[in-house]
Design a binder for this molecule. Structure first.
Ligand SMILES: [Fe+2]
Length: 369
């Protein structure tokens, strides 16, 4: 049996309207001055207001930084740090939103407590000083960022994704309130849902897989696979939304213990170069990666789906009506070798169950072209 080092210390509060407990949960962490990190979309749908009501009922001072955008860069983090310093005495952070808001909150925590720039924390366990306690509240069933200690911040200018991981950056408390996800627009539900599915599939077979990570990944897969079509066609279905949110969270827990694989390695350059949404980029690459990996991990894939995981994932993609081919994005065939070169630099590719160098990654891009 593969050895593992599993450390579970996140408090997870799950349930319809669990957001109403935010004030009390924040107080329990000993906070008085809160920085809440979010994006304008969350304000528009009324989720921020609900969060503020709960925090104010607990007599907390709250400062809202709403400067987060999709695929946050080191500039967004720096803006948030400046805002936090202007308020002074911030003692807790809340990330409220999709993966971008939660990642940005984690990024701000790194710099606010340890100084320097995001580049200084690229890699694992680079921070030396303690960080502030933080609360993660996902409003999409997708990244699972609330479950793990990594933040993905794009480098300003190059747009290269910097994966910065540190246990100290992990949220202390997580609120999973499925009601928040019912306002998610269809294009976001599909892209983030497929991303969560890819997290379950990739972490289940990664070279770092172990008993605990597979337990989370397998349960995540079953919750997500059962519910994805329902939330696409019936977005108000709270039971299916609940299963998706919990599935995405469990997949995030699996990532913490086993990392991802080639679908994410190939997706990151597509986002950096062509601005393709992360979930859409992953969805483009995932079926090809399953096909490619099958000769190495066919038994494991069968554990997820007894007939054909490749077919099932392709079916789910079809339900989502996500683009099928790279050429749909006006990517030139001649650009593929350059993409493969960039994909080979992605840390996450190292954990793919079949070794992938630039040559194999080019094959994967060609397969999807
Ligand atoms: Fe992802």
């Amino acid at each position: 049996m593969q050895s593992f080092d599993f450390q579970s210390s996140i408090r997870v509060v799950f349930g319809e309207d669990a957001l109403d407990q935010l004030g009390d949960l924040t107080t329990e962490l000993g906070s008085a001055r809160v920085l809440l990190v979010t994006d304008p979309g969350i304000i528009r749908v009324g989720i921020l207001e609900k969060a503020l009501d709960s925090l104010k009922a607990a007599n907390l001072d709250v400062f809202v930084f709403d400067g987060v955008e999709e695929n946050p860069t080191s500039r967004h983090v720096a803006d948030g740090v400046r805002f936090a310093k202007d308020q002074g005495g911030i003692d807790l952070l809340i990330g409220l939103g999709g993966g971008s808001a939660m990642d940005c909150a984690k990024g701000i925590n790194f710099i606010l407590t340890n100084g320097g720039r995001m580049e200084n924390y690229w890699g694992v366990d680079k921070a030396t000083k303690p960080m502030l306690p933080s609360i993660g509240i996902p409003t999409t069933a997708g990244t699972g960022s609330e479950a793990h200690s990594f933040t993905l911040i794009a480098q300003e200018g190059t747009h290269q994704k910097m994966a910065c991981g540190d246990k100290k950056a992990r949220f202390r408390t997580v609120i999973l309130d499925p009601v928040l996800t019912t306002t998610t627009p269809k294009r976001v539900t599909t892209a983030t849902g497929i991303d969560a599915i890819s997290h379950a599939v990739e972490s289940y077979v990664s070279t770092r897989r172990n008993f605990i990570s597979q337990m989370f990944a397998k349960e995540a897969w079953h919750l997500l696979e059962k519910s994805f079509e329902i939330v696409v066609n019936d977005p108000e279905n709270i039971e299916a939304r609940s299963r998706m949110l919990l599935g995405a969270h469990l997949a995030g827990t699996a990532i913490e213990n086993s990392m991802l694989g080639a679908a994410h390695a190939c997706a990151n350059p597509l986002t950096a170069r062509y601005n393709i949404t992360h979930g859409v980029a992953v969805a483009l690459m995932l079926p090809g990666v399953i096909y490619f990996n099958n000769q190495a991990v066919s038994t494991l894939y069968q554990e997820l789906h007894p007939v054909s995981l490749h077919e099932r994932v392709s079916e789910l993609k079809a339900v989502a009506e996500l683009p099928e081919r790279l050429r749909d994005f006006e990517i030139q065939l001649e650009a593929l070798p350059e993409l493969a070169k960039e994909a080979a630099k992605q840390w996450t590719g190292r954990f793919n169950p079949r070794q992938v160098s630039e040559v194999e990654l080019l094959e994967l891009y060609e397969l999807t072209y």
